[in-house]
Design a protein around this ligand. Structure first.
Ligand code: SF4
Ligand code: SF4
Length: 449
C-alpha cells in the first residue's frame, strides 16, 4: 500500500511511501481516496498497487511564440554582449502569473549581469500574485525600462528590431530579443483524466482557473493536479502548490470522513448497468461493482450532489435509511499565542469553551498559509488567531507576520467568495482575560468582523 502515486514527475517526499508511474504506463484506476486500485505497465508486465492518494504532475509544454527570438530558458548564454536586451512578455496571449514571475526574474538577472546595457521589458499585463509586485519594484529600482503595449503596438522584424508605438511614442528598439514562452497543456492529460474518471476543465487542462481554496484539488477526492495538468492561469507557484498538496496528503493519511450526511446506495436488482450515473457523477465516485454486476457508490468520494439519483432511469439509487448523522461541518478553531492569549485563557472557566478546538502555539508569526487553509477545509469552519501586541512580542519575527498572513488569506477568501470573515486575527495581552472571555463567547456565536 503506497501513501501516494505520482503520475509524471516524482516529487521529493521522503516521509511518504510513494510510487511513480509515467502517464503512458497507467492502465487502470478504480476505487476512492485511501484505497485506489491501480494497474500499470512496467517492462511489458502488468503490475497492481493500492495507493491512498494520487498526484498528477505533468510538465507544461513551453512554446516560443516567435521562432526568430531567444527563448527565456537559458537566454543569458545566447544574448549578444554588445546589444541592449529586450524582453517581451505576453506575445499573442497574456502570460500567466508564473511566466510573469520568470520574466521579471530574468530581467533582474540580466540587469545585474550587464549593468551598462539598457534592459527593456515590454508587457501587456502584470499579475501581482505572491511576490510579483516586489519583483516589479526591484526591477524598476535597478533601472529596467517597462513599456506597456497593445498587441498591434509592437512589431518585431528580422533585423532584431522591435518597433514600439503607444500614444506619441514611436521607438525603434534594437537588441537581443527574448520572448516569454506560451504554456500549453501536456498531451497526456486527457488520457490520465479518462483513466482516473475525473472531469476535464476548459482548454485541455484539468483545471484552468484556481477555483478551490486548496489550489491543487481536482473534483475527485484524493486526486491532486500540479503544474502542466492545471493552468495556465491556475498554475501560480509550484513550490507552494507542492507544499499544499503534500500537507493535504499527510492529513488524509490520518483518515478522511465522508462529506455527506446521508449515504446513497444502488439497488443491484434494479440497476440495468446503463452507466448513466458513472457519466453524470462529477466526482468520479461511481464504479462498477464486479461482484454484484451493478454499479456501486464509493462513499468517501461522494460529495452528495445527487446528480446520479436524479438521472438514474431505473430508479435504482436511493438514500440509505437510518444513517447516523455525520460529524458537524462546523469547526471552530482557535490558535492562541502561549505568551499572551493562552496565559489569559488559563484564568478562565475552560468548560465554557469545550466546543472550541483550542491550540496553543509558540507565536502567531509561526503560522503558515497552508496550515490556515487546512483548518478551513470544512466549508463552515472558522479560524481565530490570537497573538500578542507587537511591542510585547518576544519573538524577533513577530513583527505582524501572523496578521499579514491572515489578511492575505482573508483577501483570497473574499476573491473566491468563500467568506472573508472565516479567518480573524486579534491581539491580546496576558492580563486581558475578561476581554478574552467576551471575545470567545461572541466568536462562538458567529460575531465576526
Ligand atoms: S444510472 Fe441507475 S441503472 Fe444506470 S448504471 Fe447507474 S444505477 Fe444502474
Ligand atoms: S451523489 Fe451521486 S453523482 Fe453526486 S457525488 Fe455522490 S455518487 Fe456522485
Amino acid at each position: 500500500m503506497y501513501d501516494v502515486m505520482f503520475i509524471g514527475e516524482k516529487i521529493k517526499s521522503p516521509e511518504l511511501k510513494s510510487l511513480c508511474v509515467s502517464p503512458d504506463s497507467l492502465v487502470e484506476c478504480k476505487g476512492e481516496i485511501g484505497n485506489f486500485q491501480i494497474e500499470y505497465d512496467k517492462n511489458d508486465n502488468i503490475h497492481n498497487a493500492t495507493v491512498k492518494n494520487i498526484v498528477i504532475n505533468l510538465e507544461a509544454i513551453r512554446e516560443n511564440p516567435l521562432s526568430e527570438t531567444i527563448n527565456l530558458n537559458n537566454y543569458l548564454a545566447k544574448i549578444d554582449e554588445n546589444e541592449d536586451i529586450i524582453f517581451i512578455q505576453d506575445y499573442q496571449k497574456i502570460s500567466p502569473a508564473i511566466i510573469n514571475r520568470e520574466t521579471l526574474n530574468a530581467a533582474i538577472r540580466a540587469k545585474k549581469e550587464y549593468k551598462n546595457k539598457e534592459i527593456y521589458f515590454l508587457y501587456r499585463s502584470m499579475r501581482f500574485i505572491e511576490d510579483n509586485d516586489n519583483l516589479f519594484d526591484k526591477a524598476r529600482q535597478l533601472g529596467v525600462i517597462f513599456l506597456k503595449y497593445e498587441m498591434d503596438g509592437i512589431e518585431v522584424n528580422e533585423k532584431g528590431q522591435v518597433n514600439y508605438k503607444r500614444g506619441d511614442l514611436n521607438l525603434d528598439l534594437k537588441g537581443s530579443i527574448i520572448t516569454a514562452p506560451i504554456l500549453k497543456p501536456s498531451q497526456k492529460i486527457t488520457r490520465v483524466a479518462r483513466l482516473l474518471n475525473i472531469e476535464m476543465g476548459d482548454n485541455e487542462y484539468i483545471q484552468s482557473e484556481n477555483i478551490y481554496l486548496q489550489p491543487t484539488l481536482t473534483g475527485k477526492r484524493g486526486v491532486y493536479s500540479l503544474a502542466g495538468a492545471r493552468g495556465p492561469n491556475a498554475y501560480s507557484d509550484l513550490n507552494l502548490e507542492i507544499n499544499f498538496t503534500l500537507n493535504e496528503i499527510k492529513s488524509n493519511l490520518n483518515g478522511v470522513e465522508p462529506l455527506t450526511e446521508k449515504d446513497r446506495e444502488i439497488d443491484e436488482q434494479k440497476c440495468i448497468l446503463c452507466y448513466t450515473c458513472y457519466r453524470v457523477c462529477p466526482h468520479g465516485a461511481i464504479d462498477k461493482d464486479e461482484k454484484a454486476d451493478a454499479m456501486k457508490i464509493n462513499e468517501l468520494a461522494c460529495y452528495g450532489c445527487d446528480a446520479c439519483l436524479s438521472h438514474c432511469p431505473a430508479d435504482a439509487i436511493s438514500y440509505v435509511e437510518n444513517t447516523e448523522p455525520k460529524e458537524n461541518d462546523l469547526t471552530l478553531k482557535v490558535l492562541m499565542c502561549e505568551n499572551s492569549a493562552d496565559t489569559a485563557f488559563q484564568k478562565l472557566d475552560k468548560d465554557k469553551f469545550n466546543d472550541l478546538d483550542i491550540e496553543k502555539i509558540p507565536c502567531a508569526s509561526s503560522i503558515k498559509k497552508d496550515e490556515i487553509f487546512s483548518y478551513l477545509r470544512k466549508k463552515e469552519s472558522r479560524l481565530l488567531i490570537l497573538g500578542c501586541f507587537e511591542e510585547s512580542c518576544k519573538h524577533i519575527n513577530g513583527d505582524g507576520r501572523g496578521e499579514r498572513i491572515s489578511n492575505q488569506i482573508r483577501n483570497t477568501l473574499e476573491e473566491l467568495e468563500l467568506g472573508k470573515t472565516r479567518v480573524q486575527f486579534e491581539r491580546l495581552s496576558p492580563r486581558m482575560e475578561e476581554d478574552l472571555n467576551d471575545f470567545l463567547l461572541r466568536w462562538k456565536e458567529g460575531d465576526q468582523k
